[in-house]
Design a protein around this ligand. Structure first.
Ligand code: SF4
Length: 376
């Protein structure tokens, strides 16, 4: 089975108010040593040397902040280390970081897919969320990517940003569909207690507009409305938060939901080889120091037990709208799940068609509650 390779770039220009990822705003001088450390980690990797790689994904953070030459060096190092065939190579980029020259350089480096963090087309929502770009930057970014001949663009929106109204949401979805990227992700805002917005929601205050976050019901309505619009425009809904035009599903992300192996490089990057999961140290300075001193950057290695593997099969598999093969899972794990599933079916939360188990349409916004009940 071919591997996916993930490169973590944990740097951002500013910190979005809702974000609690391990990313930071650092001086640009730290980008180059970081890229060098990633190359060194890849070159010294002892896993998967005989395996082929068919997806590479640069995520973060904002990987488009790195110089195109640094991104290219990382890709060449991967190509030198692994057999790369028919690779989907994705770069996450913020709209305001894109120039015509950069887009061309990315294409030459080997990227064939760009994932644009649009989040919203409403300037007020973008501003209060701490995003650097504005609506006009999104159109310009797409124009530059298309001019450079990028034929595979993904864009994302967040349902539930402070000050979002039904009207502004419909406008954002409408504009997104007008731009017509090949792939769309829509996330419902999760208010993380560690983010500035999350802290304000708990402790009160007006700085980040926590009081203007739409209600859970409103967010669910926004999501449902978008589902109908995207379906009408020919987008296939294939994962709770993801839609694609035919043939444009994210091959890299499908590996996560299907529990296929991948290797992650960079600070905080995770890896999975089918039996073990491991992660690198999160702090980027510590990561670079480890690699430069020849000390393993791995912080944590966990062997996945059979019970954990079963939970992952259910939790990750059911995120996909095609669902999971229940008979195969019951056979592989020597377990009967029928009683638990009957209870969920009687509440209308899941559907069983032959041996295929999936979340019931219209219940995708309460998927976490279904998972809690199913995992027991
Ligand atoms: S750009 Fe992404 S990773 Fe960076 S702060 Fe914003 S949400 Fe977090």
């Amino acid at each position: 089975m071919n591997l996916g390779v993930y490169i973590q770039v944990p740097f951002c220009q500013t910190k979005c108010t809702y974000c609690n990822f391990h990313t930071g705003v650092v001086s640009r001088e730290r980008y180059e040593p970081y890229a060098n450390a990633v190359c060194r980690e890849i070159a010294g990797c002892e896993e998967g040397a005989a395996a082929g790689v068919d997806t590479i994904y640069f995520g973060g953070g904002t990987p488009s902040l790195l110089e195109p030459g640094a991104l290219e060096r990382i890709i060449r190092t991967i190509q030198g280390k692994f057999r790369c065939e028919d690779c989907e190579v994705t770069l996450e980029a913020d709209p305001e970081t894109i120039t015509g020259e950069k887009a061309l350089a990315w294409l030459r480096a080997g990227f064939n897919r760009v994932s644009l963090g649009a989040q919203s087309f409403d300037n007020r929502e973008l501003k209060v969320s701490g995003r650097m770009h504005r609506r006009a930057d999104i159109y310009l970014a797409v124009e530059k990517l298309r001019a450079a001949a990028f034929g595979n663009i993904s864009m994302d929106l967040i349902a539930g940003l402070p000050h979002q109204s039904r009207e502004s949401w419909e406008e954002s979805v409408g504009e997104l569909l007008r731009v017509r990227p090949e792939h769309i992700s829509i996330y419902i805002l999760e208010i993380d207690e560690g983010s500035r917005l999350g802290k304000e929601s708990l402790a009160g205050g007006r700085r980040y507009s926590a009081e203007a976050i739409p209600t859970d019901d409103a967010m669910a309505e926004f999501y449902e409305w978008a589902c109908a619009q995207l379906a009408a425009e020919g987008y296939e809904h294939y994962e709770i938060s993801n839609w694609a035009l035919p043939g444009r599903r994210s091959r890299h992300n499908l590996k996560y939901w299907r529990r296929e192996p991948y290797l992650g490089f960079g600070a905080g990057a995770h890896s999975f080889d089918g039996n073990r999961r491991w992660a690198n140290v999160h702090d980027s300075a510590r990561y670079v120091a480890c690699i430069e001193q020849g000390i393993p950057a791995r912080e944590q290695v966990d062997v996945v037990t059979a019970a954990q593997a079963l939970d992952e099969e259910l939790f990750l598999g059911l995120r996909q709208l095609e669902g999971i093969d229940l008979a195969r899972i019951e056979r592989d794990y020597k377990i009967s799940l029928r009683e638990r599933i009957d209870a969920l079916r009687s509440q209308g939360l899941v559907e069983l068609e032959g041996s295929r188990l999936r979340l019931a349409p219209g219940r995708l916004t309460v998927s976490n509650e279904v998972f809690v009940e199913l995992l027991g």
